[in-house]
Design a protein around this ligand. Structure first.
Ligand SMILES: *Cc1c(COP(=O)(O)O)cnc(C)c1O
Length: 354
């Protein structure tokens, strides 16, 4: 039996995507060949890449708006520097909302002046700073829309005339926002879209070509766009499985219906955290993530029994990140609400056991 998978990443994918992807590893489309042993220049794979790219734009409602979708390698971590390499000419602004933002800031500093507009480090990143001024002369403003480790999420997207760059690794395709407000979006696949090994990059073409430096080909968005995301051999398995997940989202009604379901799941578990006096939430209530739910036991003495109850209920992956402690339930798109109910039942049941 499959466990209830609350892992933060790599994380749960739709059953259907896992099933079709595993069949394709044996044989793709009755071709007599495996997905992972055919040329990426074959008709079969070019179709997969084309479909994955167009589905990404379609689901984000960015078709015919000057955007390109790329599937690159190197994880979101490579995007920390690639974004700056391609876009940071003089100075850029960053909102520091957690470990991933901090890493993005560190890399960007190699390319120009970086202004940390605001930070929530003073309270171990348990909230989203809201009071800051956006200098209109910034090359771009970088935000992390969902802070996977701390369990906070930006609910209202900052408004300015400065191009907006976002790390959406852990909440892409989970909620509907106006994606056309962004000039660059990147997301490592392994949180909400596919296996590790590829990173979705959505880029508005008109922001490119404005920096005064030479960019190595592999790190140049323009080269990847020109080559239709096939400048070099793409990670074929990760792209194919991501495509299957995107098809699954579309079949299930697109982002709006996924979001409605995500809201229900988040409501269930936050409601339990707030009403059960054995637990307490980590993140500021108004900034709570719909994807990564961070919470603690009020009394550490209950840890052993709670962990055992989770294990007995086939709940997996709820241990908190080492920089926060406690628990983190990641409730990504593919996690069924029935799994959330099981976790909530265990939390309720703990009251009878202590
Ligand atoms: C996981 C994660 C990353 C790092 O992704 P890699 O693909 O491992 O480089 C960056 N940002 C956020 C928000 C993440 O959740």
């Amino acid at each position: 039996m499959k466990k209830h998978n609350f892992s933060a990443g790599p994380s749960i994918l739709p059953d259907e995507a896992i099933r079709i992807a595993s069949e394709a590893v044996k044989e793709l489309n009755n071709s007599g060949l495996s997905l992972i042993e055919i040329s990426h220049r074959s008709k079969d794979f070019i179709e997969i890449m084309t479909k994955a790219r167009s589905l990404a734009l379609e689901l984000l409602n960015l078709e015919n708006k000057g955007y390109k979708a790329l599937f690159l390698q190197g994880g979101a971590s490579l995007q920390f520097l690639m974004a700056a390499y391609n876009l940071l000419d003089q100075k850029a602004g960053y909102l520091n909302t957690g470990s991933w933002s901090t890493k993005a800031i560190k890399e960007a500093k190699l390319f120009g002046e970086v202004i940390e507009l605001a930070s929530s480090k003073d309270r171990n990143f348990n909230y989203i700073p809201k009071d800051y001024i956006i200098d209109p002369n910034l090359n771009y403003l970088h935000i992390t829309t969902n802070n996977t480790i701390f369990g906070t999420q930006i609910k209202s997207i900052p408004e300015s005339n400065v191009p907006l760059v976002a790390d959406m690794s852990s909440d892409i395709f989970s909620r509907n926002i106006d994606f056309s407000k962004f000039s660059l979006i990147y997301a490592g696949a392994q949180k909400n879209m596919g296996p590790a090994g590829t990173t979705l990059v959505i880029i508005k073409e008109d922001i490119l070509g404005k920096v005064n430096r030479n960019i190595p080909s592999m790190l140049d968005y323009r080269i990847h766009i020109e080559k239709d995301s096939m400048f070099n051999t793409p990670p074929v398995f990760a792209v194919y499985t991501s495509m299957l997940t995107l098809e699954w989202i579309k079949k299930n009604g697109g982002i709006n219906s996924i979001e409605a379901n995500n809201n229900k799941k988040a409501h269930l578990i936050y409601n339990e955290i707030d009403s059960n006096n054995l637990f307490q939430g980590f993140a500021a209530v108004e900034d709570r993530s719909l994807m990564n739910v961070t919470f603690n036991l009020k009394d550490d003495a209950h840890k052993e029994i709670f962990d055992k109850m989770c294990k007995d209920a086939d709940i997996s992956g709820v241990n908190g990140h080492r920089s926060v402690g406690g628990y983190r339930a990641s409730i990504y798109n593919a996690l069924d609400i029935s799994s959330v109910k099981i976790l909530v039942d265990v939390m309720k049941e703990l009251k009878n056991k202590v």
